[in-house]
Design a protein around this ligand. Structure first.
Ligand SMILES: Cc1cc2nc3c(=O)[nH]c(=O)nc-3n(C[C@H](O)[C@H](O)[C@H](O)COP(=O)(O)OP(=O)(O)OC[C@H]3O[C@@H](n4cnc5c(N)ncnc54)[C@H](O)[C@@H]3O)c2cc1C
Length: 222
């Protein structure tokens, strides 16, 4: 589910950063409290702030889902340094697991709006097509940004009711090599639930990629 918020005046952020959202006077709460961190899925120059989350049956998310247009939230931030490097000579390889796509929607859209010349290759992993937020929009962006390429990957396409003719399986060195000219020049960005980020980090490590070239954002809490 995605949520759009009015953007506070005189407030800006860098694509890829996150905010803490606090429910103000929620009708219910639980032991995990009223605050969660969310990456901003909107680009910095969009008029509203966009968050997207996997809905689960927690007090926080029930309250979020029940919010009405005038409901107030406290927004703290922006936080974090998970944002695109400056040097355009080095490509950006972005690897998203499921909801980890939020940071990358912001980065790819931001780079497209600003006409940045970074080569961007986005690997987007999901179990099935039905689980892949923003997929269509990310596909369409390829026609607006000549430096950007999307590789959507389904891990369990056989569990989908819809056909899938694209890439399948888990990330591997062979998969990286089939889409990248070389593995050494890019800066790698990985975002998603912590176990997924850890798994990808291991693949990158055993492919010989320098740890200094790997930046991660773990969506702790999943
Ligand atoms: C920097 C950062 C950026 C983030 N960005 C995003 C984002 O863009 N989008 C996003 O969705 N999340 C993001 N998160 C994670 C987010 O903050 C929440 O932790 C997450 O959405 C889970 O919240 P919850 O209310 O569903 O579960 P919580 O109530 O926080 O769950 C607490 C624990 O209970 C367990 N649990 C609760 N419900 C279930 C369930 N149904 N099944 C299994 N176990 C369960 C889990 O073990 C979980 O660790 C980010 C986190 C960080 C740190």
């Amino acid at each position: 589910m995605a949520f759009r918020f009015d953007r506070p005046t005189h407030w800006s952020f860098k694509a890829g950063q996150f905010v803490d959202i606090t429910l103000v006077n929620p009708s219910e709460t639980d032991s995990e409290g009223n605050v969660r961190g969310f990456s901003l899925a909107s680009a910095p120059d969009e008029e509203t702030l966009l968050l997207a989350t996997r809905m689960r049956d927690t007090a926080f998310k029930r309250s979020l889902a029940a919010a009405l247009p005038e409901t107030e939230f406290k927004i703290e931030g922006p936080f974090g340094d998970f944002s695109l490097h400056h040097e355009t000579r080095r490509p950006a390889v972005m690897i998203a697991g499921g909801i980890g796509i939020t940071s990358f929607r912001s980065m790819v859209l931001g780079a497209t709006h600003r006409k940045l010349k970074h080569r961007i290759v986005l690997f987007y992993f999901n179990r099935r097509l039905e689980d892949a937020p923003f997929l269509e929009e990310l596909q369409l962006l390829e026609s607006r940004n000549p430096y950007y390429r999307l590789i959507a990957v389904m891990i369990q396409p056989e569990r989908s009711r819809r056909g899938w003719g694209g890439e399948t399986g888990h990330l591997s060195e062979a998969m990286l090599k089939s889409y990248l000219n070389d593995l050494d020049s890019p800066i790698y960005y990985v975002a998603g639930p912590a176990p997924m980020v850890e798994g990808i980090r291991e693949v990158l490590n055993s492919a010989g990629i320098d740890k200094d070239d790997v930046r991660t954002e773990e969506f702790a809490g999943y």
